[in-house]
Design a protein around this ligand. Structure first.
Ligand code: ADP
Ligand code: MG
Length: 140
């Protein structure tokens, strides 16, 4: 295994319920380090571009509306096997299918308002990190 970086978002349902600390505690307890972080309110254009891979899906417009409905925390997580480990800590997309102890099982409101985003591959992690952070913003 190698040290990796992955991209994470604490979604508007998490900021609205003041859960950013509780969620980030899960990442830190599992050994991931937050090496870049900022709280932003995404523009509709940024959200559309970020989720462009889902543009043909029936939930795309609702997803974009949700992602711009409040502030989010965008962050870079670093650690051994960080991309897969982050996905494991997050749990399944649909909280109904998420394993006990995962963020989505404990905190998600619905399949859409599921509290966190995490990159699904090394390629996407690199693209997503670069979309929100400059190299100098990342402090390991
Ligand atoms: P993940 O976030 O687990 O990688 P996807 O990439 O498939 O999941 O979907 C991106 C986001 O779109 C999900 O996290 C969720 O917010 C939303 N989403 C996915 N599937 C649905 C669905 N069937 N209905 C509503 N929203 C969905
Ligand atoms: Mg995804």
């Amino acid at each position: 295994m190698a040290i990796e970086q992955t991209f994470s978002i604490l979604k508007p349902d998490a900021t609205r319920r003041n859960l950013t600390g509780k969620i980030n505690a899960k990442f830190e307890e599992a050994g991931l380090r937050i090496v870049a972080q900022k709280r932003i309110w995404m523009s509709r254009q940024h959200a559309k571009t970020f989720y462009a891979v889902h543009a043909a899906r029936p939930f795309y417009n609702d997803l974009v509306d949700f992602m711009v409905s409040g502030p989010v925390v965008v962050q870079v997580l670093e650690g051994e096997n960080a991309i897969a480990l982050n996905r494991e800590i997050m749990g399944a997309t649909n909280p109904a299918n998420a394993a006990p102890g995962t963020i989505r099982k404990e905190f998600a409101e619905s399949i859409e308002a599921n509290s966190v985003h995490g990159s699904d591959s090394a390629e996407n992690a690199a693209v997503e990190i670069a979309y929100f952070f400059a190299g100098l913003d990342i402090v390991g």
